[in-house]
Design a protein around this ligand. Structure first.
Ligand SMILES: [Zn+2]
Length: 354
């Protein structure tokens, strides 16, 4: 079913993009519709996409691309491409902001040192006071995307006493364009003209065309898909963390594991608990089903703060986590992280804070 996002002159659309190209893939149609209705539109890029050696080797036709200068050169190219794509959609360079966090490092930032990023993002939200925020979905399989989803959520909670958007749109760029089962999404319809502009804007991302031209151009479709106001849920059939409950002083997470070529090997269960006005707490624990109990380590220094009780086998099971390690807060996220593979098994999921 297609719908339209009501947009007017008083609207300010702010999109958070983990990499140059995500703005076009996810929302070239939305941007055009916003500008046509007289609304303002902006993009904040958290990384400049400089760390993609295979794509860079193909584009630059050189084998050695590992130095800091190589990455900086590639990042500069990608920033320029993003500005070219925005120009196709009618956005000027001053609508874009590049924060230059390390490409493929957003999960590391989230788990090890989220506070400066959460502060910066919440300051930008309060400076711009967007009426519509577009942000990656925490279900996106690219770890930079899902980690940014969590960071923006923490920033929005921090900013919420002074400002609230009227709409939050979540987009999935990785995951075969699919929303997990049980999650409602909406499609906005693009005119032929808007699809043509989107195709033209996608083609500006030349560095990306060498290896994934078909995939990239497949986004120039008649619709764009968004999840509206993604919220905490205690069950999600399509996710690796299927069900969450509270029992006898423990948070109980039921998991179903399914390794894929993009995500396999040893598994860690990660938790982020925040929103209580203090810095978010971050934990992880190994999911080793042969052990009855495993240590829960707190980031960044790895201090053991408790034990989780596991019960299950290689296909899944449950983890019981003592509630007293979580501070009083408002948002809680969980994710299974695999040791190998570029992508995630299922991204993060926001679960109700007990
Ligand atoms: Zn991306």
């Amino acid at each position: 079913m297609t719908t339209s996002i009501p947009l007017g002159r008083s609207d300010r659309v702010l999109l958070f993009a983990p990499h140059p190209d995500d703005e076009t893939l996810a929302a070239a149609g939305l941007f055009q519709q916003a500008l046509e209705s007289g609304a303002e539109a902006r993009v904040i890029y958290t990384t400049s996409g400089g760390n993609n050696p295979w794509m860079q080797r193909l584009y630059e036709r050189r084998w050695r691309v590992s130095s800091a200068e190589d990455k900086a050169r590639y990042a500069a190219l990608r920033r320029n491409e993003a500005l070219g794509a925005l120009a196709c959609m009618g956005l000027t360079a001053d609508c874009a902001m590049f924060l230059d966090y390390p490409d493929q490092g957003m999960t590391h930032t989230l788990l090890n040192d989220p506070e400066p990023a959460v502060n910066l993002l919440s300051e930008e939200l309060l400076r711009r006071k967007p009426t519509i925020v577009a942000v990656p979905s925490c279900f996106d399989l690219h770890p930079d995307h899902s980690a940014l989803a969590v960071l923006v959520r923490l920033a929005m909670v921090r900013a919420s006493c002074e400002w609230k958007p009227r709409l939050v749109l979540h987009y999935i760029d990785h995951g075969t364009h699919k929303t997990p089962a049980g999650i409602n999404d909406v499609q906005i319809a693009l005119t032929m003209e808007q699809q043509n502009v989107k195709r033209e804007a996608l083609a500006r991302h030349e560095t990306q065309l060498a290896l994934r031209r078909r995939w990239l151009l497949s986004f120039a479709a008649p619709t764009e898909t968004f999840i509206i106001n993604e919220e905490a849920r205690s069950s999600c059939e399509g996710h690796a963390i299927r069900r969450v409950s509270v029992d006898g002083g423990c948070l109980v997470l039921e998991m179903a594991q399914r390794a894929r070529p993009g995500a396999f090997g040893r598994t860690m269960l990660c938790l982020v608990s925040g929103g209580g006005g203090r810095q978010a707490l971050r934990f992880n624990m190994p999911v080793r089903w042969r052990k009855k109990t495993v240590p829960i380590a707190q980031f960044p220094e790895g201090r053991v703060v408790g034990e989780a009780i596991l019960s299950g086998n290689v296909h899944g099971g449950s983890a019981r986590i003592p509630l007293d390690i979580l501070q009083t807060g408002t948002v809680l996220f969980a994710k299974l992280e695999r040791r190998f593979g570029f992508f995630d098994e299922a991204g993060w999921i926001e679960i109700p804070h007990p």
